[in-house]
Design a protein around this ligand. Structure first.
Ligand SMILES: Cc1cc2nc3c(=O)[nH]c(=O)nc-3n(C[C@H](O)[C@H](O)[C@H](O)COP(=O)(O)OP(=O)(O)OC[C@H]3O[C@@H](n4cnc5c(N)ncnc54)[C@H](O)[C@@H]3O)c2cc1C
Length: 459
């Protein structure tokens, strides 16, 4: 059967309406004044076909129960793709790493376990950009991170408070949209709904990663892998040393109708405790529930946190709605992604250190400069060694899992600082590919030159 693609000449309005499940009549009336009362639901002219009959899954390797133990046999995996730079995780660090590597000339494949880009920034509803400024105030997050900010600036309703020394807030859907646009412009190969579960390793050298998806278990081979999973899933699987840390695990939500609080009735009432912070949408705030310190790698803990936080957030908003004047406030959404802050942190050949921040230490292999919120610190340099594992080769860390002292974690993990380490990892990976060497041997002068060409700030 001939396939039709949206955007081609063969695709007319009737086809489009049929695909989105709207009859011509119902869709035609959407724009009318009565649109709000229309019910356009799951009805219409759907299409469904049998793709293949009597299928037995290829590449089966079912786990077997042998003497009460679950045994998975060895098996050959299909290779889904071969690439220069494989980026695992499409959060702030992964997106920037992928774009940077591509712009530096490498063929790039980006893999993400969820169906959208942005990581905790969008899926976790972390809408406030902190950490791009230092005393002065001076903005140290430049390069692709700043380009993202500028492009959000040009979009209606995407970002607010983009002023010198201020911390802007974004709309998560605008960010998701922009990330798609930028990834497509850069011509990056993408696989969504694809969870990195293992590393492909040969002689302490990473050659790719293994992924689980609805299509089964497959491998992607690469010259360099960037682990931007936030949790170091790939470098840990490859045998790189790391520190396993706990941190507060929360859940963010958005509440709405804050512009419909009745000021007269609210005047004498107690103030609700959690009204959150502004977003670009009028009357909608994001609420950051810090949550208790816990292990973000433990499945039972993650499950308990998710369930408890959801109960708490719902009950909390009901309490708010019982306060005079606040009756219209409601819970718009809870983040689909749990707020896990820190789990695995790489043991790198160097480490981002607190004394380097205090004493303004500079590194010959500087690949970025970090900032803070509210400009309370000076510049602190990020050495290339903080992205490079001590022993394992061909994998670089980017984002909240880079090598850093525990005291620095709360700065390192801020979104702009993840942009910066992502940018550095992407360029370094591309340089290693060009030079045909291991990332730890890549020419640091060339990495720094290319980062500056891509407008990164290195101090
Ligand atoms: C509750 C909370 C509040 C915060 N508040 C702020 C704030 O106000 N301002 C600020 O600047 N920062 C804040 N942060 C920190 C910031 O949001 C994160 O540290 C930052 O998003 C980390 O970016 P990242 O790219 O390193 O990781 P993440 O954002 O975690 O992105 C990792 C990506 O990798 C994907 N992934 C993970 N594992 C795999 C795998 N195995 N295979 C494939 N894909 C995978 C994930 O789905 C995700 O898309 C907050 C964090 C939390 C949790």
């Amino acid at each position: 059967m001939k396939q039709k693609t949206p955007g081609t000449n063969e695709w007319n309005r009737r086809d489009w309406l049929r695909v989105v499940g709207l009859s011509g009549l119902a869709a035609g009336s959407l724009g009318s004044a009565g649109a709000r009362s229309q019910t356009v639901g799951e009805s219409g002219h759907f299409q469904s076909s049998v793709i293949a009959r009597d299928v037995v899954q290829a590449q089966r390797a079912e786990a077997m129960l042998i003497d009460g133990r679950v045994i998975q046999p060895r098996r050959e995996l299909p290779v889904l793709a071969q690439t220069d730079v494989l980026v695992v995780g499409a959060g702030p660090a992964g997106i920037v790493a992928a774009i940077a590597a591509r712009r530096a000339g490498a063929k790039v494949t980006l893999v993400e376990r969820y169906g959208h880009f942005g990581g905790l920034w969008t899926g976790g509803l972390v809408l406030l950009i902190l950490g791009h400024i230092v005393k002065g105030p001076k903005q140290v997050c430049q390069g692709i991170g700043e380009e993202i900010m500028q492009r959000l600036d040009g979009m209606e309703g995407a970002i607010i408070n983009r002023r010198k020394g201020q911390n802007p807030s974004v709309d998560a859907e605008a960010v998701k949209y922009l990330m798609v646009e930028m990834v497509e412009e850069a011509d990056i190969q993408v696989f969504l709904h694809c969870w990195g579960v293992n590393a492909v390793v040969q002689d302490q050298t990473v050659r790719g990663a293994v992924f689980e998806s609805k299509a089964g278990r497959q491998a992607i081979l690469a010259k360099v892998v960037i682990d931007a999973s936030g949790d170091g899933d790939i470098f840990a699987a490859a045998g790189a040393e790391f520190e396993h840390r706990s941190h507060n695990i929360g859940l963010v939500s958005r509440i709405a109708n804050l512009d419909r609080i009745d000021p007269d009735r609210a005047a004498d009432a107690p103030q609700p405790r959690r009204l959150g912070s502004v977003t670009p949408v009028a009357g909608v705030n994001w609420v950051n529930l810090t949550g208790p310190e816990a292990d973000g790698l433990d499945l039972a803990t993650l499950t308990r946190m998710e369930l408890n936080h959801r109960k708490f957030i719902w009950k909390d908003i009901q309490k708010t709605r019982r306060i005079p004047g606040y009756e219209n406030v409601y819970l718009a959404e809870t983040a689909p992604q749990l707020g896990v802050r820190i789990t695995r942190v790489l043991d790198g050949v160097n480490r981002i250190r607190f004394d380097a921040l205090k004493n303004h230490i500079s590194y010959p292999d500087v690949v970025g400069v970090g900032g803070a919120s509210n400009a309370e610190h000076g510049e602190w340099q990020i050495p290339y060694g903080s992205l490079v594992p001590e022993t394992v080769d061909n994998v670089l860390a980017a984002g909240r899992c880079v090598s850093a002292e525990a005291r620095m974690a709360d700065l390192v993990r801020l979104i702009p600082n993840c942009f910066v380490t992502g940018h550095a990892a992407g360029v370094a990976a591309a340089v290693a590919v060009q030079q045909g060497c291991r990332p730890r041997e890549a020419d640091i002068g060339r990495i720094q030159k290319m980062l500056r060409q891509q407008k990164a700030y290195l101090g």
